[in-house]
Design a protein around this ligand. Structure first.
Ligand code: NAD
Ligand code: MG
Length: 383
């Protein structure tokens, strides 16, 4: 029986993790979980998942819950996340928190020798240079939950890294893949939130529309699979059936295909190296689909992708700046304070204004992240 801590259980990935675990109760048990501010949803999840250790964001929510559920231990804030992620009985931490907030709990869990199933790609984007050595030093497994990276991981099974020629990261193109640059000027939050293939949290749905999500995934792939940026190619594939591919030196290309369903990569991260039936999973029928489409991304139209390659190649503190500025600008777009194309504009301005640091420490990353957010807020007139 694998004992799991789910960080971000009330989110899109968190709830799909609950679904996977409910279908395989003799394999997995969620013994600890965290929620943010959605306490109603947390209480619903508590009726099906009887975790004994639960962390919430606010102190008052913790006190309320502790009075109501006497046989559960409640925790709060970042310290609480660290406490539940490092409990001695935990085998694996599935990190489904969104954004920079996922970084420190991931690091502490690795230091406590926990395997990590990572949905929180921002962790690797900002601190891959700290995380990868820490994973090796503590001899833990770092298993991707992001669908593209799970596909690459599955396509790589048993192969030596030196034999890879390149990684082909597929991208749906997001909500606006057919819009021109001038049409993008006036798109609304509501339209951006309508992703054609996947139902996900708000932040990542906006990131999919700007293509910052794909940019973050390029950096995530660099760290997970130890490849150069020149050997990571983004390919627009609107149907999201091929979840990504690996090309080997001998020209063979291995891919993983399937209907878009995040429960598969979530479950595979928990069952690896074995597989279990995916209850309720839809089987792919290529004859029903008939045709798949592919095209090269236009780096001018999707400027965010160009910025992400630039930040990744520069390395050091630059990915942290891109990420922090993007998180802030994404949130400002969601609250209708800035326009869609302003997101990449403010990210670029923040990158240009940054004093670059090589190999930043965790403390420096926390400062730089805050600086980048403040820079965007000042530019928008928020502070
Ligand atoms: P979401 O917004 O639906 O859920 C986020 C979760 O994190 C919630 O439980 C929320 O309460 C919690 N949270 C948010 N801020 C927090 C904070 N400061 N402290 C503690 N908890 C906090 O997001 P999601 O779509 O489930 O995405 C989660 C992560 O997984 C992201 O990094 C995203 O990029 C990645 N991911 C998601 C999908 C998807 O299909 N949703 C696919 C691939 C990767
Ligand atoms: Mg993805």
């Amino acid at each position: 029986m694998k004992k799991i801590c789910v960080l971000g259980v009330t989110g899109s990935i968190g709830q799909q993790t609950v679904d996977v675990v409910r279908h395989h109760r003799d394999e997995f048990e969620i013994v600890a979980m965290s929620a943010g501010k959605n306490i109603d949803l947390l209480e619903k999840i508590m009726t099906v998942i009887h975790a004994k250790h639960i962390c919430v964001q606010k102190q008052e929510d913790m006190e309320y819950l502790q009075r109501k559920y006497k046989d559960v231990h409640f925790y709060c804030g970042q310290d609480g996340l660290i406490q539940i992620a490092t409990l001695p009985q935990i085998d694996i931490v599935l990190n489904a928190i969104v954004g920079f907030a996922g970084l420190v709990p991931t690091m502490k869990a690795i230091q406590a020798h926990k395997d990590i199933a990572l949905a929180n790609k921002e962790t690797l984007v900002v601190a891959g240079h700290l995380i990868i050595p820490l994973v090796k030093e503590n001899n833990v497994q770092l298993l991707p939950v992001d669908s593209e990276h799970s596909a690459i991981f599955q396509s790589l099974n048993g192969e030596y890294h030196g034999e890879i020629r390149k990684i082909i990261l597929t991208a749906s193109g997001g909500s606006f893949r057919d819009k021109s640059r001038s049409e993008l000027e006036h798109v609304s939050v509501e339209d951006a939130l309508k992703h054609p293939n996947w139902s996900m949290g708000a932040k990542i749905t906006i990131d999919s529309a700007t293509l910052f999500n794909k940019g973050l995934e390029v950096m995530e792939a660099k760290w997970l699979f130890d490849v150069d940026y020149d050997d990571i190619e983004v390919l627009i594939h609107p149907e999201s059936i091929i979840h990504s591919m690996v090309e080997y030196q001998d020209t063979a290309i291995i891919a993983q295909l399937g209907t878009p369903d995040m429960r598969l990569p979530i479950q595979y991260a928990l069952t690896y190296p074995h597989r279990l039936p995916l209850l309720g999973g839809k089987h792919l029928s290529l004859s029903d689909i008939g045709t798949l489409h592919f095209e090269k991304p236009d780096f001018h139209r999707f400027h965010a992708l160009a910025l992400a390659y630039e930040a990744g190649r520069k390395g050091g503190s630059m990915p942290c700046v891109l990420n922090g500025a993007n998180e802030q600008a994404n949130a400002l777009f969601l609250s209708k304070k800035i326009a869609f194309l302003d997101i990449e504009k403010y990210v670029e301005e923040t990158m240009r204004a940054h004093h670059w640091v090589d190999h930043p420490t965790l403390e420096q990353l926390i400062e730089i992240d805050q600086w980048a957010r403040n820079f965007v807020r000042e530019r928008v007139g928020e502070i």
